[in-house]
Design a protein around this ligand. Structure first.
Ligand code: BGC
Length: 716
């Protein structure tokens, strides 16, 4: 089991090596601002406007680029997707396909987020690009959301924390990260016409929070507006959320750029806070449109200047100007593959393991049957996050690397030949069934949580005749398990696990890696247990007689339309906050995940350094001991609840967490700090964060429903 630690140490070193490449990027802010002042003097109005939009290129391979000033020797800035690996358009240039960021969030490991992001940054450096379109930090409001696999689960604090480490690691390399899609862009179908309608408290406590943390904790260099509307106004043209909140209030000093079809009018976008229009909306500031607005007096030159300064700041930060400051990076290497493999195994969540059937012993001569629709494929999400990797190891291939060929039988899954499959199980000691979740990707949402085809039926029937069925699921996110959950002996959820899928699965099934992943979202018994479905708020509702269906790319046909409403009536009671409020028993709660070892958390104390409501400060201390016989990891999770408050508040909310790695018998004391924001809610009456005096319940445990102990903090 020391393997786990060796792998961990090895990847820590890799991360250090990768980071050292970026140490070259060191310019002080004031130096850069002075250089920007000089450049501003030299630029003509036309050149300034040219810096503020992308261009539609027909080059092959396709390039995402913008700006540049040839006269001054300033190159164009170049962008690429995306959050789970680089989508390069050159078919000959293969890149590393990492697991989904949803999988990453299930590691609950901030170091993992840094390593994951370092791979992406290093590949972008190698390709000489400047901006990464990622990470995605929208919340999983419904398990049906098509892009959930690109996000980091249902909790704003977990998302914001993982994103902060991801962004820091990317930007350390002099590559700009991009927090997307601002804001409340959690339904993907018809997103261009859909208004996410939410009150200030829901916005602040839930959907804004990961973006806020990206700005205040990670100083993110770019943010992408969603294609959607927020409270009736498209995000790219929404002065309230972008100009006033993001820039004026939170102090975002980077570039607010548009998603591919997010902007419509040059004047509205300029006042709305947009600095750069990209994609199919490049023409909004391009094609002479912004220039005309300035010349007409509709957009003041000072506003253009303010945007240009931001863009030039980005040019300096990413080495578009002064490229000699850039590191070199590497691409599609064995090291990156090894990280992809380690990340995939660490993101896997062991949901069930009756009688410790797992891990499997590779040395004994047990006969293993491998089947299921995902046994010999590597499921991935579609759309802009799709990565074209050279390597793609299926579960079957991964298992063949570790099990003796003669002990492994592969029976391809054929829906109409279930009987043969079932009779085939009899001659095997174990059945490994690989479930494939529904198709998921950009521009779509899932229609239901049901597993495609007859998989649920097959699982029930196989489990009825065989008592050692192990299920491995590869999916975008959660799906319906209620019907067959009791049948198999073990369930391991692997999500979209990237190019090393098969090896990572083999690592976990054989115990080379002890699973330590925890759910970053709730798995319900049924769809209607989730808040938005229970309240009938999903999908969006048409508000026009003939609501639009398609978003044209052709500028002549594009009109900003508010065609649908998506109301956030659940307020802050989303995800586990809703299950707690309604006393619904989930199938697997937020924060849950098993290990091959066991842990004990002991109450080590609560130190309340300040009990003053205007500035509370506390430290929770807990002693974690590995009480089993294998090395492994546990996640200490701290939740806070305010039972008596002037507004309804969730019973518990995640406010701190820490992952620890322990050998058998080893203990560690973990300290987690809590501050004003840990106790506060957004008080709409005063338009600010507020802590109400009284008693707060602080729970410490290894899931949202399994507190090891709780403490009371009295705030004056
Ligand atoms: C997606 C973005 C992506 C962009 C560029 C858009 O359609 O919504 O997430 O970054 O395309 O590929």
């Amino acid at each position: 089991m020391r393997n786990l630690f060796i792998i961990f140490y090895f990847f820590s070193c890799i991360s250090l090596i990768a980071c050292s490449q970026s140490d070259k990027v060191q310019k002080t802010d004031s130096e850069v601002e002075k250089k920007i002042d000089d450049l501003m003097e030299q630029l003509t109005l036309e050149e300034k406007v040219h810096l503020l939009h992308g261009k539609v290129t027909t080059d092959t391979p396709l390039r995402f680029e913008s700006g540049g000033v040839e006269r001054l020797g300033i190159k164009q800035i170049e962008f690429l997707d995306g959050p789970v690996g680089i989508r390069d358009f050159d078919p000959d240039q293969k890149t590393t396909a990492l697991p989904s960021t949803l999988s990453l969030s299930c590691t609950w490991d901030t170091d993992a987020a840094s390593k994951f992001a370092s791979v992406i940054a290093s590949e972008l450096l190698y390709l000489d690009k400047h901006v990464l379109f990622g990470p995605g930090v929208n919340l999983m409001r419904s398990p049906l959301g098509g892009r959930n696999f690109e996000y980091m689960g249902e909790d704003p604090y977990l998302t914001g924390t993982m994103a902060t480490h991801y962004i820091n690691a990317v930007q350390k390399h002099g590559i700009a990260a991009n927090a997307k899609h601002f804001l409340a862009n959690d339904i993907d179908r018809l997103r261009h016409f859909t208004s996410s309608n939410l009150d200030d408290r829901t916005l602040r406590e839930m959907h804004l929070m990961p973006f806020e943390m990206a700005v205040t904790d990670a100083d993110v260099w770019t943010i992408m507006s969603g294609n959607n509307l927020v409270n009736g106004v498209h995000a790219a043209e929404n002065k309230r959320i972008a100009q006033e909140i993001l820039k004026d209030e939170l102090g975002f000093d980077g570039v607010y750029l548009t998603d591919w079809r997010a902007a419509y009018s040059a004047v509205n976008s300029a006042f709305g806070g947009t600095d750069m229009t990209l994609g199919f909306g490049a023409y909004v500031y391009g094609d002479g449109n912004l220039l005309e607005a300035v010349n007409n007096g509709d957009v003041p030159i000072s506003l253009v200047d303010e945007k240009v300064r931001r863009v030039l700041r980005l040019y300096y930060r990413t080495g578009v100007i002064e490229p000699e400051t850039r590191g070199t990076g590497e691409i599609n290497t064995q090291r990156h593959h090894d990280i992809a493999r380690a990340m995939a195994s660490q993101g896997m969540v062991l949901l069930k393991n009756n009688g410790s059937i797992l891990p499997l012993d590779t040395d004994n001569q047990a006969k293993i049957m491998v089947t299921g629709p995902a046994a010999d494929i590597v499921p991935v999400g579609t759309g802009s996050s799709r990565v074209d990797s050279e390597i793609s190891i299926t579960p079957l291939q991964g298992l063949r690397e570790v099990f003796n060929e003669s002990n492994l039988t592969y029976l391809p899954y054929q829906e109409d030949e279930l009987d043969e499959l079932i009779s085939g199980t009899a001659s095997h000691d174990y059945v490994l069934f690989f479930v494939s979740g529904g198709r998921s990707g950009e521009g779509m949402d899932m229609q239901s949580l049901e597993l495609p085809g007859n998989q649920a039926d097959a699982l029930r029937q196989i489990s009825a005749v065989h008592d050692k069925v192990i299920v491995v699921t590869l999916s975008a996110g959660p799906f319906d398990m209620q019907e067959w959950i009791d049948e198999p002996e073990a369930i391991l959820s692997g999500w979209f696990a990237g190019q090393a899928t098969g090896q990572a699965i083999a690592d976990v099934l054989t115990g080379k890696v002890n699973p330590g992943g925890k759910l970053s979202f709730t798995i319900a018994r049924q769809l209607n247990d989730y808040a938005v479905h229970s309240l009938g708020e999903w999908p969006q509702k048409p508000i026009l007689d003939t609501p639009p269906r398609n978003a044209p790319a052709d500028p002549k046909q594009r009109v900003a339309i508010h065609g649908y409403d998506l109301d956030y009536t659940e307020g802050v009671f989303m995800g586990y906050r809703w299950f707690d409020k309604e006393s619904i028993n989930p199938l697997f709660p937020f924060g849950y995940g098993l290990s091959y070892t066991t842990f004990k958390m002991e109450d080590a104390g609560l130190d309340l350094q300040s009990d003053q409501a205007d500035k509370p400060q506390a430290t929770v201390k807990v002693k974690v001991t590995n009480t089993g016989d294998k090395a492994g990891s546990e996640v200490v999770q701290v939740y806070i609840g305010d039972p008596e408050s002037s507004v309804p508040r969730p019973e518990r909310e995640l406010k701190g967490f820490k992952k620890v790695w322990l050998n058998p018998g080893e203990s560690e004391e973990v300290s987690i700090s809590l501050d004003k924001r840990s106790f506060a809610f957004w008080n709409e009456k005063i338009d600010d964060w507020d802590v109400e005096p009284g008693e707060f319940i602080i729970e410490v445990g290894n899931s949202s429903r399994n507190p090891a102990f709780s403490k009371t903090a009295t705030i004056q």
